[in-house]
Design a binder for this molecule. Structure first.
Ligand SMILES: [Zn+2]
Length: 378
């Protein structure tokens, strides 16, 4: 058994509050998943990530495959044990990072050959290999191997990419079903297995997105992701694609939008019926002085905070806002103190996790709207 998904409440706008039972954690959705690229949510120790209320975090297959290697992690009992994270995890397929980080990629129907961004060594990833790596890592949820269509991509390029991704989805699923009992904790957790999600691609072409969704649903994955978003397209298009794809996905399975977004976006998508989201924004922005607060975005490097004794966000009760001033956070950043990244990230994560908490407790009270026009601030 990979997962159990029960919807507890729905809203007129399509939103839903649900319980997602995974081998390592029962997750209340909608949920935001902090990104723990190389087995660490950058700058924050696992016990603090837990105390912030994170229920599930991401690991990146590409990074962990290169260092320390999936077989090493398998020998150490899987990723949960290796990084000492008792709650749920999800790994991506490695595809996105292969396409965004590595050099000299060569894509064929069989798979993708690439050079490591670390040492230039040559590697070949196929859907089958991505499944083997993800099974060895042993996250609760694995993702089908896909080619993330870049933006902009013309129609014929998007069609070609979609054809490849659908063939790879089939191969991912077949291989996963045959080998999923090899996950490191299979026997320890009473025969529990990972789940596998398919990824809807198709660029910004809604008919291609429809075709992709229909074919994946036929294959019968445990859940469905919408991929290839937040790759540089205007946010109106992101919203349009999500709005078009959500009704095509089965109501009784989890839906995951990959790699989004700003605080107002994740709230909107959650209220539209997206159950899971992940994004590097709160953690990456924190390390670059960009902090999200109930009063809008703050660049903590700004001179006007030099003697500002107020908490970063007076409406936030995270451990950083309860204890430290804006002036101190600015000072740490100015001095390049490592504590700066830690404190900034803790607050941004608390803010993002708080948004999802609020959506879960107020699903009925604020219907999703579909604003068009220029970006609003977080
Ligand atoms: Zn805070």
């Amino acid at each position: 058994m990979g997962l159990d998904f029960s919807i507890l409440q729905t809203s007129d706008a399509g939103g839903r509050r649900a319980q997602l039972v995974l081998p390592h954690q029962t997750v209340a959705t909608p949920v935001f998943m902090p990104v723990g690229t190389a087995g660490s949510v950058k700058a924050v120790p696992q016990d603090i990530v837990e105390s912030l209320g994170a229920q599930i975090i991401l690991g990146n297959t590409y990074h962990l495959y290169l260092r320390p290697g999936h077989e090493a992690i398998r020998r150490m009992g899987g990723l949960h044990k290796f990084i000492s994270w008792p709650r749920a995890m999800l790994t991506d397929s490695g595809g996105f990072q292969v396409f965004s980080l590595s050099d000299l990629r060569k894509v064929t129907d069989e798979g993708v050959r690439f050079r490591s961004h670390l040492d230039g060594s040559s590697h070949f990833f196929t859907p089958e290999h991505s499944m083997d790596v993800q099974i060895a890592l042993g996250a609760d949820i694995a993702m089908a191997f896909d080619e993330c269509t870049e933006y902009p991509a013309d129609r014929s390029r998007a069609e070609q990419s979609l054809r490849l991704t659908m063939a790879w989805a089939r191969r991912s699923l077949d291989h996963f079903r045959t080998h999923r009992h090899k996950v490191p904790w299979h026997y320890e957790l009473g025969g529990a297995t990972q789940s596998l999600f398919g990824i809807v691609q198709g660029g910004v072409y809604t008919d291609l997105r429809r075709e992709s969704a229909e074919r994946l649903v036929e294959m019968d994955f445990d859940g469905y992701a919408i991929g290839g978003l937040s790759v540089g397209e205007p946010r109106e298009l992101t919203l349009e694609v999500i709005d078009a794809v959500l009704p095509l996905l089965p109501k009784d399975k989890p839906r995951y939008v990959m790699g989004v977004g700003y605080p107002d976006e994740i709230e909107l998508y959650a209220r539209m019926g997206v159950d899971m989201m992940d994004c590097v924004l709160p953690t990456r922005a924190a390390r670059h002085a960009l902090l999200f607060t109930s009063e809008g975005r703050i660049n903590i490097k700004n001179k006007k905070y030099a003697e500002d004794q107020c908490p970063l966000d007076p409406a936030c009760d995270c451990m950083v806002c309860r204890r430290y001033s804006r002036a101190y956070l600015r000072h740490l950043m100015q001095c390049g103190e490592p504590l700066s990244a830690t404190l900034n990230t803790i607050h941004n994560l608390a803010y993002y996790l708080g948004i999802m908490q609020r959506v879960r407790t107020s699903l009925h009270s604020s219907p999703a709207s579909l604003p068009r026009g220029p970006s609003s601030s977080g």
